[in-house]
Design a protein around this ligand. Structure first.
Ligand code: BEZ
Ligand code: FE
Length: 303
């Protein structure tokens, strides 16, 4: 009797024979994950990936290019830049996660926006009205003030308003050796009436970083890298969900072409012309509404 062939040694139904027969085997192999959420997420992700590969008849060269892209975004990530988050931003996934997890229909909570790759924890604490422009610069002053409110519309005293933004040259302080440490970043505490007040310079639009694989993707898709001007805010108060959001000037021409899809109508603020210390500047009045919940801060994308 001839020795058994490999194909005879294993029941044929457990071996894939066509592209479509792989998926059930992979799903079966993952069934034992004790963590039910991990099991569900991985089953769904794997199913979508298999469908994607089959529907698009992905070639080996395309698969290699995708692998190169993933390696590239990992390698381009470091203390100054988070290219992995940037990739998620450019696909609209960061905004999707922010909007999905911060529904506003049922509450008065302010709209959330993506965190972006440039938030740093531990920005310096500031006095009310203090400027976060930590170097003298020839740029119009922006004064921002408003109230932090809870679910019932009550003012929240002692809330923290953490603000950060890019310089008029379009660079965050950590990207630019010419700016002092923590320039254009600061944390303000609301007074007994829940009010905050800060000064800075009027922000300008700027390009998302294009020196890594994400820049290559934007160029291949002939997309603009320019974000509309904006201020980032992270507003927190014990017993409330942390609000991560952005505010965009109403007259910015790029509101509808943000490469990271971060602008919603509720995030547009009126940056009114104003005389500040006798000089032409801008004034923004902006309130924040927090929802009750656990005060959990995001992991900083950069140190
Ligand atoms: C930002 O606003 O800081 C940002 C967001 C997404 C990608 C790049 C920058
Ligand atoms: Fe930004």
């Amino acid at each position: 009797m001839p020795p058994p062939q490999a194909a005879d040694a294993v029941a044929p139904t457990t071996l894939p024979s066509t592209p479509e027969t792989l998926l059930p085997l992979v799903l079966k192999a993952m069934e034992g994950s004790p963590d039910a959420r991990l099991r569900g997420l991985m089953a769904s992700l794997t199913t979508h990936l298999h469908q994607f590969v089959i529907e698009n008849a992905v070639t080996e060269a395309e698969f290699e290019a995708a692998v190169e892209f993933l390696i590239g975004i990992g390698q381009a990530t470091g203390p100054k830049k988070n290219e992995v988050i940037l990739a998620a931003d450019l696909l609209g996934v960061s905004s999707l996660v922010a909007v999905l997890n911060n529904p506003v229909a049922a509450t008065r909570e302010s709209h959330a926006a993506l965190l972006g790759p440039f938030w740093r924890a531990h920005a310096p604490g500031c006095e009310p009205g203090q400027s976060i422009a930590r170097q003298s610069i020839d740029a119009p002053v922006l004064e921002v003030q408003g109230t932090v409110l809870g679910a019932a519309g009550q003012p929240l005293a002692g809330a923290t308003v953490d603000v950060w933004h890019a310089s008029p040259d379009g660079l965050y302080e950590n990207q630019d050796a010419a700016q002092p440490e923590m320039n254009l970043r600061g944390r303000f505490t609301t007074d007994a009436a829940g009010r905050y007040r800060l000064r800075t310079i009027v922000p300008a639009g700027y390009p998302v970083p294009t020196d890594g694989p994400c820049g290559g993707l934007l160029r291949a898709q002939q997309r603009s890298a320019m974000r509309p001007a904006h201020l980032h805010f992270m507003v927190s108060s014990p017993g409330h969900r942390v609000l991560v959001t952005q505010v965009f000037p109403h007259d910015d021409a790029r509101l509808a072409s943000d490469p990271v899809f971060g602008v919603t109508a509720a995030l547009v603020g009126r940056f009114e012309d104003a005389l500040i210390d006798g000089q032409p500047g801008k004034r923004l009045q902006h309130d924040f509404h927090l929802s009750p919940g656990e005060m959990v801060f995001p992991k900083p994308p950069i140190p």
